[in-house]
Write a protein that binds this ligand. Structure first.
Ligand SMILES: [Fe+2]
Length: 296
C-alpha cells in the first residue's frame, strides 16, 4: 500500500524542526516492509532489550513480552491491538509521522495512540530526527498496558485539547510535562532509578547516560517545576525528573490546569540545567559537556 501523505508544515518538536503530515489514520502496510526493515527492527530490538535489563522499569520490559514483541519481525499493529484493547481499551493507529498538535491530542483523548508505520534505515540506527516505528512502538506502546499510565496518557490528551483552546503559552507548559515524563521520565523503584521515558529507551546512548552519567541533574517530579522548565532538543537532557509511581503522575494531572497556566504565565521559566532550593535532588549534575545556550 502506497501512502499519500503530504507534508504541510514544519514544526518544532522534541527532535527539532521536522515535517508534519496531513495524513490521518492509515493501515499499517505490513507486507511492504522489506527484509532490511525487519533486520533493522531485529538489530534495534535485541540491542535495546539487552541494554535495558536493570535499566528500564521492569514493567516496561515485561509488557513488551505480554505484547509478544520479539526480534523475529516487525510487530503487526493488529496483533498488538488484540492485547491492548483487552487490557486498557487503548488502540494503536498507523500514521505517516508527526500529526498536527490538536489532532494528536484528540487521538490520545480517545485512547488512540498514533504509531509511525515506517522504520529508519540501517545507517540511522543511532540517530533520527523524526519519530519512527521503533521509537513509537518499542518506546511508547509497552506502558499503555499499565491501567494508570494509560489513564494518564488519555488525561494528557484531554488536557492538550483544552490547552490548545487557551493559547500557545499553555501549550508550552503542557508540552514540557510530556517531554519530562512520557519522553524522558525516570521512576524511583526499590531497586533504584529506572527508565520509563520513550525517548530514552529508544536511544542506546541516552539509556546509559540518563542513569549513569554524573553530568545531568536527577530531580524529584513536581508538576509546576516541570511545567516551567525548558529542555534540550539537540543533546541529551540536562535534567531528568523522577516520579515515585505512575499514580503520582495521574494524581498530578487530575486537576484542571487553567489556574496553573495563569500562575505560570507570571513566572520566569527555568533553564534546563537549573537546580532550585525547593528541588528534591537525587543527583546534582556536574554539568560536564553542557552547552550554555539552546534550551527550548
Ligand atoms: Fe515520542
Amino acid at each position: 500500500m502506497q501512502s499519500v501523505a503530504q507534508k504541510v508544515e514544519h514544526q518544532l518538536t522534541d527532535k527539532g524542526y521536522v515535517p508534519v503530515y496531513t495524513t490521518r489514520v492509515i493501515e499499517q502496510p505490513w507486507d511492504s516492509y522489506t527484509a532490511e526493515d525487519h533486520r533493522t527492527w531485529a538489530t534495534l530490538f535485541q540491542r535495546q532489550r539487552e541494554l535495558l535489563v536493570g535499566r528500564a522499569a521492569q514493567e516496561f520490559l515485561d509488557n513488551q513480552q505480554r505484547f509478544g514483541m520479539s526480534a523475529d519481525a516487525i510487530p503487526k499493529f493488529q496483533d498488538l491491538n488484540h492485547v491492548l484493547r483487552a487490557a486498557t481499551g487503548w488502540e494503536l493507529i498507523g500514521v505517516e509521522g508527526l500529526l498536527p498538535e490538536l489532532t494528536f491530542f484528540e487521538h490520545l483523548a480517545a485512547r488512540r495512540f498514533p504509531v509511525t508505520w515506517w522504520i529508519r534505515k540501517p545507517g540511522q540506527l543511532d540517530y533520527l530526527s523524526e519519530p519512527d516505528l521503533f521509537h513509537d512502538l518499542f518506546g511508547h506502546v509497552p506502558l499503555l498496558l499499565n491501567p494508570v499510565f494509560a489513564d494518564y496518557m488519555q488525561a494528557y490528551g484531554a488536557g492538550g485539547v483544552k490547552a490548545a483552546a487557551i493559547g500557545p503559552e499553555a501549550l508550552v507548559n503542557l508540552t514540557r510535562l510530556y517531554w519530562y515524563t512520557v519522553e524522558f521520565g525516570l521512576i524511583n523503584t526499590d531497586q533504584g532509578l529506572r527508565i520509563y521515558g520513550a525517548g530514552i529507551v529508544s536511544s542506546k546512548g541516552e539509556s546509559i547516560y540518563s542513569l549513569e552519567s554524573a553530568a545531568p541533574n536527577r530531580i524529584g517530579f513536581d508538576l509546576e517545576r516541570v511545567m516551567c522548565t525548558r529542555y534540550r532538543i539537540d543533546t541529551y537532557q540536562k535534567t531528568y525528573f523522577v516520579i515515585d509511581s505512575y499514580e503520582q503522575l495521574m494524581e498530578a494531572t487530575r486537576p484542571d490546569f487553567t489556574p496553573l497556566y495563569a500562575r505560570l504565565a507570571q513566572l520566569p521559566s527555568q533553564a534546563a540545567g537549573d537546580v532550585l532550593a525547593s528541588d528534591r535532588v537525587f543527583q546534582r549534575g556536574s554539568g560536564e559537556g553542557w552547552l550554555n545556550d539552546g534550551d527550548v
